[in-house]
Design a protein around this ligand. Structure first.
Ligand code: TXA
Ligand code: MG
Length: 323
């Protein structure tokens, strides 16, 4: 599967591949996505196959601007305010879908809503322009695994599964978009903490975001919220104050424990944005050392720390035996 530097020629060809129903992996400002024409059910079905993703887990549809979002979904007043402030950017809005818009039903996994986002990353924008289609794109990793923040990560997970990987360098935020369900104006819910911190959204809305209520694994409100997710091969031991024999260490800030073995500091100065940007690559790198367990020091739960801790808890959760 060709990895191509994302220049004009590669993006043009990628657009053609999308229109012909193929899969293209591409960078966004959050993580790499595995994209397909969201109006082509066969193409969308092949995303689920490539990732080994359960069909009940719906996909995000990427569009170039608010006007394109309005064509596929109904923006409530709160949605419009969020969109105007945070698009293009790492915010996904779950909205009522417009049945007449021609999106594949598979995108929504049978729900009457659709998750929509306008990416800021220039390669993602150029690909949307070249493809002239809304792009259904989950993170470009095998289902349940750590999301890719470089083209090489995509290759590690999905070699042979996409017609092309557009290489646009390491992603800026390193964490997935924040997902907010705003289909019902009276109940705006945070479905997934992400690259935009909760406080920024709440400040704009002037009200706290509601939590997502369902913990039922079979009927998740946002199916990406399954307990075990974003998992490296190694086990994770959270809130570690020390490092045990044989463990690798993931630390943060200037005062972590000293590790005799492999260790990575997400941000020696204690900067949460820097930590978010390097989290997934660090998990992959520590996994590659062969350590059976990765000890993770406590990370403050404020700002981007909420999303970082969410991913770490899921990476540490008991895994289905097949994973
Ligand atoms: O940053 C991102 O959001 C990346 C880049 C590629 O855009 N994409 C991404 O997609 O993380 P994915 O498929 O890995 O996660 C999408 C999340 C899942 O938790 C999914 O369950 C949720 O959005 N979701 C999608 N459609 C939904 C819907 N209609 N209702 C509720 N949750 C939905
Ligand atoms: Mg994902």
């Amino acid at each position: 599967m060709p990895v191509r530097i994302a220049d004009d020629a590669a993006i043009d060809e990628a657009g053609r591949l999308i229109r012909e129903g193929h899969l293209v992996a591409f960078p966004t400002e959050t993580v790499y996505g595995l994209g397909a024409d969201a109006t082509n059910s066969r193409a969308v079905a092949s995303i689920f196959e490539a990732k080994g993703r359960p069909r009940f887990n719906p996909l995000i549809v990427h569009v170039p601007h608010i006007a394109a979002a309005e064509r596929i979904a109904v923006l409530t007043p709160a949605a419009r305010r969020l969109a105007q402030s945070f698009w293009p950017g790492p915010l996904t809005l779950v909205l009522k879908r417009r049945p007449e818009a021609g999106l594949s039903d598979l995108v929504s996994a049978g729900l009457d809503t659709v998750a929509v986002r306008v990416p800021a990353q220039p390669v993602a924008q150029a690909l949307l322009a070249a493809a002239k289609r809304p792009l259904a794109a989950p993170s470009a990793n095998r289902s349940g695994r750590v999301s890719p923040t470089t083209a090489l990560h995509v290759l590690e997970d999905l070699d042979g599964k996409a017609a092309m990987i557009l290489d646009g360098g390491a992603t800026r935020h390193g964490l997935e978009s924040t997902v907010v369900d705003v289909a019902d104006e009276a109940h705006v819910r945070l479905l997934r903490p992400g690259a935009i911190p909760r406080a920024a959204l709440e400040a704009l809305l002037g009200a706290p975001l509601l939590a997502c209520e369902s913990d039922d694994e079979m009927r998740p409100v946002s199916p990406g919220q399954l307990a075990s997710h974003y998992a490296p091969r190694a086990a994770l031991r959270l809130d570690a104050q020390d490092v045990r024999p044989g463990e690798a260490l993931l630390s943060f800030g200037p005062n972590g424990p000293v590790a005799p073995g492999p260790s990575i500091n997400l941000s020696p100065t204690g900067d949460l944005a820097e930590a978010a940007a390097s989290l997934f690559a660090a998990l992959r790198d520590l996994d590659r050392t062969g350590a059976e367990t990765i000890a993770v020091v406590p990370i403050p739960d404020e700002g981007l720390g909420e999303a970082i801790n969410d991913r770490l808890r899921r990476a540490a959760a008991p895994r289905p035996s097949s994973a």
